[in-house]
Every structure is written in C-alpha cells, then in structure tokens.
Design a protein around this ligand. Sequence first.
Ligand code: PEP
Length: 254
Amino acid sequence: MRRPLIAGNWKMNLNRADAVALAKGLADADTSVDCDILVCPSNVYLDAVSNAISGSGISIGAQDVYFEASGAFTGETSTSMIADVGCTYVILGHSERRHVIGECDMLINKKVVSALAAGLTPVLCVGETLEDREAGNTQKVVESQFDGSLAGLTEDQIRKTVIAYEPVWAIGTGKTASPEQAQEVHADLRKLLADRYNSETSETVRILYGGSVKPANAADLMSQADIDGALVGGASLKADSFAAIINAAGVAAA
Ligand code: PEP
C-alpha cells in the first residue's frame, strides 16, 4: 500500500510574509487524512517556512538543488544547505527547469544521485510536451526521461525516489489530463519500474500526477490505481484549495 503524497510547488511566488502565512494556514488546516504533505517554497524562504511548519508533520523541500557538495558554483545551492534548513525532499527535473532553464537528463541524473546520497527524497518529474503527445511520442519521451534521469540508481535508491508525471501541456494551463490519460502513463511508468528493477519495487515507488490539479478534479485523479498523489502548482498557493486536494487524496486512498 503506497501512502499518498501531496506536494505543493510554490515556484517563484509569494513574499516572506505570504509564504509564512500560507505555511501556518496549512499547518492549521483540517487535513487529518492518511497522507504525506510537502511544501516547496523558494529557497530564500525555506528557513522561515521550515520554522512555520515545525511540529505540524508537514515536510518541506526545495524546487531544485545543485549536485556538487560545495565550492565555486555561483548562485547554486547544495544538498547539505537545503537539508540544513529542514528539507527532506527536493523536486528535480521539473518541466520549467527542463524547458525554460534548459536542463538535460544527464544533469538531472547527477542531481538525483547527489540528493539521494544526502538522504533527501528526490521528486523526479517527467512528462511530454503537446507536440510529443500529438505525434504519438508520449511513451517514448517519458521512457527516455526515466532512463536518463534515473540512470544507475540501485533498487534501494529507486525505492527512495518519488516520480511525478507532469504532462507539460497541463502545467499552469488549466488543462488537466483526464484520469484515464494520466492513469495510462502512470501504468507505463510502473511497467518501466518492473522492467528495469522488479515487480515488488514497481509496487513500492510512489508516482504523483501534476498538471492543473484542483479541488474539483483531485478525487477523480487520485482514485486511479497507479496515481499515488499530486504535485500541485497554482492550487497549492491557497491553504484552503491545497487542503481540499489533500483531503480528496486521503479519501480516495482510504
Ligand atoms: C507544477 O508546478 O508542477 C504544476 C503542476 O503546476 P500547476 O498545478 O499550476 O499546473
């Protein structure tokens, strides 16, 4: 049985006061369901948000990290730095980093390996563009990102990793993959896990869906057999909508 995980990606939004208020609002919200909760604020507010959620059971993660331990890497943040301010998770390979910043699978793979070595849980994102989907290449693209970004991981390491399927065309667009479209790719990812590792491992790894998840569509998405939670952008910026998604996931998993 995989415990659901609902993760909020706050992206480059909010100021310090708003980030702390959102964190406190979430900590006070009624989310007494059997579900892991994660928030990922901007790096500059990790410390403040970490303090605000202290003792609430909510986890905190970064939206990216660099793979080197320390040194002359201007502008970058290391795994030990984010762990030092309370992070236990890190989002890696988000589509905005792949398509806006230009990160490739080889770089993302180094970050995944480095995060795991530091005891962090990577939330590794994969997903096709609209062009890929319309050309019938969804499975091929997702498989290639899976193999490239997770290259060389041992069975133990992959079991400690969370995968997020995020179709690029559904992120921040208001267009959500239908539960059936999402389930199809999640099932493909689980088959990949069984193929590259074994069936026991494939049943252990959590696979989240991300792409315009809202309170109104969360229950239908979360009730799919291979969807184990959500990575939420826009709807994670308000405590009430994020709490409603958490509660929908908890109910679907019960
Ligand atoms: C995301 O940032 O990963 C995301 C899925 O955003 P949104 O929920 O706004 O589509």
